[in-house]
Design a protein around this ligand. Structure first.
Ligand SMILES: Cc1cc2nc3c(=O)[nH]c(=O)nc-3n(C[C@H](O)[C@H](O)[C@H](O)COP(=O)(O)OP(=O)(O)OC[C@H]3O[C@@H](n4cnc5c(N)ncnc54)[C@H](O)[C@@H]3O)c2cc1C
Length: 247
């Protein structure tokens, strides 16, 4: 029986689940929401680094009562003093268990989360950090902007065209630029073009990109062909797939 196979797998892998409780909800825009969770276990267990994410267990009512599925979300803050952490949710229009849960979340709601940290670091000698993606990558991009050493130049390029995008949370840095890119054609096609025209191939570049699968593929192409970055100088990850549920 396929019932909650994801939870079965995690149990087999001996990955612990930790309880959390919603303590605060803040909307930056009608479609981008920050939720603060109280979770002493989690806050005590995490070693914070840029892009650190967790697996959130959310109810999937369509699959039955009590059925839960896991979805990836990025830590945007971790506060030891209050034993809280926060996650930013894109409240997407197409229904999905995590988006739907976040849209109707209320203070006092309880969920479990699991941690499977995979550390990521920029290589020595990095002088320019290129950060690209869509709104789902914004939480991680903000963690990069907080953690990057001041002497490293940051170049953010985000494909996002909501009219209220300027209300989204953005970590401000002196040594950095931010470019909104309007989608045109396939996801990521305009973003790849923007990277091609505004970032010159040069030593010391490290690039990180995440978001929708086609977007990431388009960006990866330009990181390899135009910026000629080898494996150690870039990292890309699909965060979601248009038209396909995570399962
Ligand atoms: C490592 C990692 C970190 C992530 N961090 C974040 C984060 O911090 N914040 C965040 O918002 N997301 C983040 N994501 C992406 C998030 O996990 C996915 O968007 C996920 O699909 C949402 O689950 P769901 O249950 O709402 O929808 P699903 O059941 O997965 O999908 C249902 C439908 O919704 C569509 N869909 C899913 N996400 C989006 C979207 N963003 N926009 C438009 N349509 C969508 C799918 O294409 C599908 O048609 C992260 C993913 C990973 C792997």
């Amino acid at each position: 029986m396929a019932a909650n196979w994801q939870r079965g797998m995690m149990r087999l892998m001996r990955i612990a689940n930790h309880p959390t409780e919603v303590v605060e909800i803040r909307d930056f825009t009608p479609w981008y929401r920050r939720i603060v969770f109280r979770a002493p276990d989690v806050v005590g267990a995490v070693d914070v680094f840029p892009t650190l994410w967790l697996r959130l267990w959310v109810p999937h009512p369509a699959k039955g009562d009590g059925f839960v599925v896991q979805r990836g979300y990025t830590f945007v803050t971790v506060d030891a003093a209050t034993s809280t952490f926060s996650l930013d949710f894109v409240l997407h229009d197409v229904a999905g268990p995590a988006g739907d849960w976040a849209r109707t979340a209320a203070v006092g709601d309880r969920l479990e989360v699991a941690l499977t940290p995979a550390r990521i670091d920029i290589p020595d000698g990095t002088t320019t950090l290129v950060l690209a993606g869509d709104a789902t990558a914004l939480p991680a991009i903000n963690t990069w902007l907080q953690a990057a050493p001041p002497e490293v130049e940051t170049r953010v390029l985000l494909e996002e065209e909501h009219v209220d995008r300027d209300a989204l949370p953005r970590t401000v840095r002196e040594n950095g630029s931010w470019e909104w890119v309007e989608r045109s054609g396939d996801r990521g096609a305009a973003l790849a073009e923007a990277i091609r025209s505004s970032v010159a191939p040069q030593p010391g570049v490290y690039a990180w990109a995440a978001g929708e699968k086609t977007l990431v593929k388009n960006v990866r192409g330009v990181l390899r062909d135009h910026l000629t970055l080898d494996r150690g100088r870039h990292f890309t990850q699909f965060y979601w797939i248009e038209g396909k549920s995570t399962g």
